[in-house]
Design a protein. Structure first.
Length: 277
């Protein structure tokens, strides 16, 4: 009986996921797919209205999925040590998301996020470091120091802040999956985008190294390097946007990684569109 009941649960049922940059683009698509798989999605970003939009879209689609989870129910079950949301309590409160505005460049803001996640859930199963900014307007020698700081502080320092603040929760429970959203620009030269490329090359190195540090705690760390993806992130002049990667393509890779059998993990995925755009 219990086997049948558990086989009806979505694969990430009872799990808690933090997604940075969840208000639009790739982060929104990742939050949606993790929620579809049963995780409670904690949506982070600077703009509360954008996060609320993502939350509303997920809650609406969540009506189609049975066993939706709520912050309160996960909190209760986590304190009991069950690690799963009970079907009965989930039916009472179908919220699948929590909105927590957060600026990843601000350590106090990220620490406040971690404190709220700890207080409410006391667990974290998945961390998606997705928030990022770009700059593709000219050569490095013309880039202003302000732009350099904004870019590196978001794409690299922000990931460090999130890991510094949130990895201890995973270490405590001896498990979890951290996925950093990098770029093919972190594997190649990118003229007129040198600072962006540097931030993503740095992110790849950070990922490989911390993956080794956290393995001992049963924490898997992966990096996804997508090619140009059809979002508002950068102008895609001259490209066939239908052939480009879509945000959902990146989200599908995240879904593959977090549902991989526990004794192994794909540490790096390079993602390209099937046909050149
Ligand atoms: N689109 C592409 O071609 C492409 C290709 C490869 C990799 N990527 C990577 O994929 C990730 C997502 O890109 P996207 O295409 O979805 O871009 P996007 O549509 O511009 O979304 C970026 C997200 O990051 C958030 N963000 C920016 N600065 C932040 C900060 N300081 N604190 C918290 N959140 C912040 C934004 O929300 P707020 O502004 O509300 O904070 C937004 O939700 C980035 O890391 C990017 O480098 C993108």
């Amino acid at each position: 009986m219990s086997t049948i009941a558990s086989s009806l649960q979505p694969p990430l049922s009872g799990q808690v996921a933090v997604i940075t940059g969840a208000g639009r683009g790739i982060g929104r698509a990742i939050a949606t797919i993790l929620s579809d798989l049963g995780a409670h999605a904690i949506l982070c970003g600077r703009s509360r209205p954008a996060l609320e939009e993502t939350a509303a879209a997920i809650e609406q689609s969540g009506q189609r999925i049975s066993g939706g989870s709520s912050a309160r129910n996960i909190e209760k079950d986590s304190r009991r040590g069950a690690g799963k949301v009970s079907q009965k309590s989930a039916e009472k409160t179908p919220a699948k998301t929590t909105v927590i505005p957060c600026d990843v460049t601000d350590l106090a803001s990220v620490e406040a996020l971690a404190a709220q996640v700890t207080r409410t859930f006391d667990r974290l199963d998945i961390l998606i470091n997705n928030a990022g900014v770009g700059s593709f307007n000219g050569p490095l020698h013309q880039l202003s120091p302000d732009h350099w700081d904004k870019l590196l502080n978001t794409n690299l320092r922000g990931v460090y802040y999130c890991i510094r603040s949130l990895a201890p929760l995973m270490i405590k429970t001896r498990g979890g999956h951290i996925i950093n959203i990098s770029s093919l620009a972190g594997k190649n030269a990118l003229p007129n985008g040198a600072a962006y490329a540097a931030s993503k090359w740095g992110l790849n190195g950070l990922t490989y190294s911390m993956a080794e540090e956290l393995r001992a705690y049963n924490i898997r760390v992966s990096v996804i390097c997508p090619g140009s993806t059809h979002t508002d992130f950068s102008p895609h002049t001259g490209m066939n946007t239908e052939r480009m990667l879509q945000a959902s393509d990146v989200a599908h890779v995240v879904a593959m990684l977090v549902t991989q059998a526990p004794q192994s993990f794909a540490s790096e995925v390079l993602l390209r569109p099937t046909q050149k755009p």
